[in-house]
Design a protein around this ligand. Structure first.
Ligand SMILES: Cc1cc2nc3c(=O)[nH]c(=O)nc-3n(C[C@H](O)[C@H](O)[C@H](O)COP(=O)(O)OP(=O)(O)OC[C@H]3O[C@@H](n4cnc5c(N)ncnc54)[C@H](O)[C@@H]3O)c2cc1C
Length: 305
């Protein structure tokens, strides 16, 4: 990962790395957007706990995984990014059918780890290019599987540094939505996933088939953030967008994909404003022509220039 020069914390017992004025285009799959004033990559969970204990209570904080569902406006983030990827990476069996994974573990790694431990039900994670933390925050899913269906309990870190566990019943969970109890004030740091015994070869075949299906239907060669809008009840955002003749519509370096109408791709040099303006134009056009209001699935954060 290409990052600005880190400041090492040698004092106060911190072991992670602090980056200043870090371009978020390096940490988001759209490869666009502004800078974070600070970014902290903890050495491990204990280090993140310590960092939060030392951080002033009014410092704005945001957790970022692989940035595959995130648009950071061009004016950047006036606060500290907690970078989970490359930091919270523990992944282990915890009982016969239970996996404990930390928030920075990527979906593909999780799917393959489950299959190699003769467990089924985690195959769909292979298609989601995010971290477990991001998948929990979004209730990410595909091909009939959803993250929270597999969760036995989650491990949550409060910004005070307190670590606690919660069960799915303690959250309001919906389609690509989880009502976070205190956004910016608590973070997912791990989860126990409950899976079933199964045929490892069948799980591997399923993973391979899902990967092939994805590359046939998605514009994976160009930077994107997956589906931009949630599907409306009983409908498909992509069909509505295509039906309005918006495939190929372009603002600056942002374009509605020709391959999948619910994807916006960065065809080169897109600013976050290009992407956000195109999202707004698509939303307005679909509403005007069909009466259906699409709601973005991607998270848009930060300051406008
Ligand atoms: C090619 C492509 C295909 C995709 N396909 C799918 C799909 O099939 N299904 C699907 O659901 N999504 C899909 N996505 C979207 C994306 O991968 C998921 O939403 C994923 O869960 C985001 O994870 P992330 O680690 O990248 O999160 P980020 O983009 O880094 O963050 C997303 C949100 O989660 C929050 N967050 C991140 N980590 C934590 C944490 N530890 N604690 C609390 N909040 C946190 C962030 O603050 C932000 O609000 C796709 C994206 C791409 C680029």
């Amino acid at each position: 990962m290409n990052m600005s020069e880190p400041t090492q914390f040698s004092t106060e017992g911190l072991r992670g790395e602090m980056f200043h004025n870090e371009p978020m285009s390096r940490h988001t799959s759209w490869r666009a957007g502004g800078r974070a004033k600070r970014m902290y990559r903890p050495a491990d969970l204990a280090d993140l706990q310590r960092f939060l204990q030392l951080t002033p209570a009014d410092e704005p904080l945001i957790a970022v995984g692989l940035g595959s569902n995130l648009l950071v406006r061009d004016g950047g983030l006036n606060g500290t990014v907690l970078l989970m990827v490359g930091a919270l990476t523990e992944l282990r069996m915890d009982g016969e059918h239970t996996i404990y994974a930390q928030a920075g573990v990527a979906g593909a790694k999780l799917a393959r780890f489950a299959a190699s431990n003769h467990l089924c039900g985690a195959e769909f994670f292979v298609g989601i290019p995010g971290t477990l933390g991001g998948m929990l925050a979004m209730n990410a899913g595909c091909y009939g599987g959803e993250t929270w269906q597999k969760v036995q309990r989650v491990q949550v870190l409060m910004r005070s540094g307190e670590l606690l566990e919660r069960t799915p019943k303690q959250y309001e969970i919906g389609y690509r939505h989880v009502a976070l109890r205190n956004a910016g004030k608590e973070f997912f740091v791990g989860a126990w996933l409950q899976l079933e015994s199964g045929d490892v070869e069948a799980a591997r075949q399923e993973i391979k088939a899902l990967m092939e299906k994805r590359s046939a239907s998605q514009p994976l060669q160009l930077p994107n953030a997956g589906s931009v809008f949630r599907n409306p009840p009983g409908g498909h955002a992509a069909k509505l967008i295509e039906g309005c003749g918006l495939k190929g519509r372009r603002i600056g370096g942002a374009q509605v994909s020709e391959k999948h109408a619910n994807f916006i791709v960065n065809v080169g040099g897109a600013t976050a404003a290009d992407i956000e303006n195109l999202i707004e134009e698509v939303r307005e056009t679909v509403l005007r022509r069909t009466g259906i209001e699409l709601h973005p699935e991607v998270k848009i954060v930060g300051e406008r220039i």
